[in-house]
Write a protein that binds this ligand. Structure first.
Ligand code: NAG
Ligand code: NAG
Ligand code: NAG
Ligand code: NAG
Ligand code: NAG
Ligand code: NAG
Ligand code: NAG
Ligand code: NAG
Ligand code: NAG
Length: 759
């Protein structure tokens, strides 16, 4: 019975928590997002407090000063993917806080410049410029970090105005590129340089060479060259001395072998430490490879011994070979002999790799997603420094041969053999694993129970996820260091015992076929801290469990009933609303009793001042005012339009109104928050109108305000909304009488000199 009561208590707490958790989340900035709205002009009604304005993906073709003049807080403006043809920086002359301006993917061919001193990010890429749109004024934008540009030609003097700026990233989009005057780029000072050629045109090699002499990190997208490799100019060896790049990323490379080799040779003997080539297609002809490109360059390059050995990591991803015949041996020899720490060749259909001739410096090899077989690195004693070996998604079949492969890798700690075709039959020869191996991933293979006869003795973390294991033999396996064992998605019928795994801490046996877990599991596995065993068809048999089940079913039914009743009360009768309103009413009455108007309030002429957005005025005029001013109470309201004192500004009139009124009523709605709230913030801050116990403030929530509409700096409003210290305008007619009664009670007070109000 006690557990039944506990369940009730829990249910109540749960329901209550659900109730209270529906609260606004905190937004960091005031964002106005008009992205993809089919706009042809900048909209008129953008809230004046907007800091982030997203106008991207529209059909805007022109901008004017007046569209932005009132957005004095604007910091981020995204105008990308529009149809702007001529752009004049002076439209932002009044947006002094503008830091981020994205005008990429427009149709701009002409700019008129003006210094926007605080701009940090300016993107003019993917436009229709023929010359680079860099004007003299850019030279004064000392905060500039990111500059995106596009052009069809680059001339020597183009960067002269910005050569003194310390930029973070320069992006050059060179679609339909026709002219590059050598050395134009090298005057730039930028840490990252990103050059994108168009996919359908020949890239310009001197841009590659100059780019490498310009920036530490260089990325080039779309390197294609369809002319003969004989027309491709070899890099001069003088160039090597000027190269600054240490990380080079080449993306979407489609070149003939001879050209690729020239580029690689240049890079190999340059200061580049990290080379990443993604999406590489190489093409023929290949015959002249040795005579034409390879040997001469190699021999001249050998003289530059001092420069050798900068390269530390090479990554080749998605490699496609369009050459029908070539002797891959040369290639494998080149790769295996590389004096680098990290080598990744992934998704390259690579069927083989040679064992390095001499002691290799490889520490990390990642050959995932290739066509490697059991022959890899057999009897290979030169990979003594290798720590991590990743061979997932290949064609390995024999676990025995994999163990032989590792046997001479004295430093190997981590081996990933997942997603292969590995089997092990257990008969005959003993496996020989590297003793250092601590982490082994054998998931998604075809291994059965016999795998436990062939495991590295010192393994700490082992994954056998997604194999065909039905039973963990208790005698054979003796893995004293094993801490983490993943046996999920196998065919286990029972939990494994720990007689062989004395250190086991984490065990995963999810998605197996365990019906009745043996009770002695926790006795035999004293160190297990976490057991994941979900998605098993557990079956309970004993009477006690039947009893527990009965108890649970009863509790569940009762809980469902309780939830249904609460839900009914909430949805159909709206009990919480009535409760809140009644509570507010009693509070008002109690306060009214305690604080009678004091002497200092003698100047008050009005019961209340009403503030609202112009767009909510129909409601105020047709509902609020008639309902309050009608009847016995005869409430006097101050509206800044009606009780306007000529010769004073609107704000002065508002303040005047507030000061002469006993209460201030704010009609809150998304309109109000966007258009009016900022007018009052300052005033409130001064007059402590929002102090904790002030009861001069009445908030009416006319329409729900989504929390993201409330800018972060409106702390008070957020706090008030979170505390729900407002009256909600009920949509249902039946509830309105109570609402009005409540509101009138909140305002009702005897004005000391009420006759004056009607003058
Ligand atoms: C505006 O909305 C689009 C999706 O409609 C989204 O991708 C984009 O990130 C949003 N912009 C901002 C500034 O949140
Ligand atoms: C900008 O604000 C002023 C008042 O501050 C107003 O008169 C003007 O119409 C506003 N302009 C636009 C384009 O909204
Ligand atoms: C426009 O740029 C802003 C600022 O980087 C970004 O948050 C927003 O997602 C961009 N909009 C789209 C549709 O990409
Ligand atoms: C882009 O601008 C050119 C003139 O520079 C104009 O001929 C073309 O129609 C514009 N394209 C679009 C889509 O507006
Ligand atoms: C590329 O530029 C040339 C002039 O440099 C022009 O004649 C041609 O139309 C342009 N092509 C495209 C696709 O823009
Ligand atoms: C590789 O580049 C080709 C064009 O050369 C492109 O079609 C393909 O989508 C790219 N693949 C990847 C994975 O980036
Ligand atoms: C090599 O790879 C390892 C493991 O991913 C990484 O920790 C190390 O920083 C890499 N070394 C270099 C030089 O990139
Ligand atoms: C590497 O081994 C191959 C045979 O596999 C041999 O032809 C070559 O000369 C050796 N290279 C070095 C540097 O020992
Ligand atoms: C191996 O290389 C592939 C392709 O570059 C990469 O996605 C994967 O994360 C790498 N694996 C490890 C363990 O570093």
């Amino acid at each position: 019975m006690r557990s039944l009561i506990n369940i009730y208590v829990l249910t109540c707490i749960f329901t209550f928590t659900l109730w209270n958790n529906i609260q606004p989340t905190v937004e960091d900035e005031f964002i106005a997002n008009y992205s993809s709205s089919l706009l042809t002009n900048v909209p008129k009604n953008i809230p004046v407090c907007t800091q982030v304005l997203d106008l991207s993906h529209n059909r805007i073709s022109g901008l004017t000063i007046s569209e932005f003049i009132n957005l004095s807080d604007l910091q981020v403006l995204n105008l990308s993917h529009n149809l702007i043809a001529v752009f004049d920086f002076s439209v932002f002359i009044f947006n002094e806080n503008l830091e981020y301006l994205d005008l990429s993917h427009n149709n701009i061919s002409k700019v008129s410049c003006l210094t926007l001193a605080y701009l940090r990010h300016l993107d003019l890429s993917f436009n229709k410029f023929s010359a680079l749109p860099i004007c003299q004024e850019f030279g004064n934008m000392f905060h500039l970090e990111y500059l995106g540009l596009s052009a069809t030609m680059i001339r020597t003097s183009d960067f002269r105005y910005i050569k003194h700026l310390q930029l973070h990233t320069v992006f050059l989009n060179l679609g339909n590129f026709s002219l590059y005057e050598p050395h134009s780029l090298t005057v730039l000072t930028t840490r990252n340089l990103h050059i994108a050629f168009a996919a359908n045109q020949n890239f310009i090699f001197s841009l590659l060479y100059d780019g490498m002499s310009t920036s530490e990190n260089l990325k080039i997208v779309n390197l294609r060259y369809t002319l003969s490799y004989k027309d491709f100019p070899s890099p001069s060896l003088m160039l090597l001395k000027k190269i600054k790049t240490t990380t080079l990323i080449l993306d979407a490379v489609d070149l003939q072998w001879a050209i690729i080799l020239q580029i690689f040779m240049l890079i190999w003997y340059s200061p580049v430490e990290h080379l990443i080539v993604r999406n590489l297609t190489f093409r023929g002809p290949l015959e002249e490879l040795t005579e034409y490109a390879f040997l001469p360059l190699l021999s001249s390059v050998e003289k530059l011994i001092s420069l050798e050995g900068s390269m530390k990591a090479l990554t080749l991803e998605h490699v496609r070979n369009k050459v029908y015949y070539f002797n891959q041996e040369i290639l494998y020899r080149q790769f295996s002999e590389m004096n680098i720490a990290n080598l990744t060749i992934a998704d390259a259909y690579m069927p083989h790799m040679l064992c390095p001739n001499r002691t290799s410096s490889f520490q990390y090899l990642n050959f995932s997603h290739n066509a490697l077989t059991d022959e890899l690195f057999q009897n290979c004693g030169t990979l003594g420094d290798l720590k991590l070996l990743i061979l997932q998604k290949n064609k390995f079949e024999s676990l025995l041969k994999v163990s032989f492969m590792t046997s001479r890798m004295k430093s190997l700690k981590y081996l990933d053999m997942s997603n292969n075709l590995l089997r092990h039959d257990g008969a005959g020869v003993q496996c020989q694993w590297a003793e250092s191996l601590a982490e082994l991933d054998l998931s998604s293979n075809q291994l059965v129970d016999a795998v436990f006869e062939c495991l590295p003795v010192n393994v700490k973390k082992l994954s056998l996820h997604n194999n065909q294991i039905s039973h963990v033999p208790s005698r054979v396996a003796e893995l004293k260091s094993l801490e983490e064992l993943n046996l999920a998605s196998n065919r286990l019928a029972d939990l494994p015992g720990c007689s062989g795994f004395t250190s086991l801490q984490f065990l995963n046996v999810e998605m197996n076929s365990i019906l009745t877990p043996s009770a002695d599991f926790f006795q035999s596995c004293p160190r297990v801290r976490e057991l994941q065993a979900g998605h098993n068809p557990f079956k309970c048999s004993c009477e006690l469990q039947a009893f527990i089940r009965f108890l649970l079913v009863t509790a569940l039914l009762l809980t469902l009933l309780l939830v249904a009743v609460v839900a009914f009360l909430c949805i159909y009768l709206d009990v919480p609303w009535y409760m809140r309103m009644t509570w507010q009413w009693t509070q008002t009455k109690r306060r009214a009793w305690h604080n009678r108007p004091a002497d200092q309030e003698a100047v008050l002429q009005f019961h209340a001042f009403i503030s609202y957005s112009e767009r909510d005025s129909p409601w105020v005029k047709n509902e609020l005012i008639p309902n309050l001013e009608r009847g016995e109470g005869c409430v006097q309201l101050c509206q800044h339009e009606r009780n306007f004192i000529p010769g004073k500004s609107i704000v002065e009139n508002i303040i005047n109104c507030i000061e002469k009124s006993y209460r201030s009523i704010f009609v809150l709605s998304p309109n109000f928050v966007q258009s009016e709230w900022c007018h009052y913030e300052l005033y409130f801050a001064h007059h402590k109108l929002f102090s904790e116990n002030s009861n001069s403030l009445i908030l009416i929530l006319l329409e729900p305000i989504p929390p993201y509409l409330i800018p972060a700096r409106y702390h008070k409003l957020k706090a008030l909304m979170a505390k729900r210290t407002y009256m909600e305008w009920p949509k249902e007619r039946s509830k309105r009488a109570l609402f009005w009664a409540n509101l009138r009670a909140a305002i009702s007070i005897n004005l000391p000199i009420s006759s004056e109000a009607n003058e």
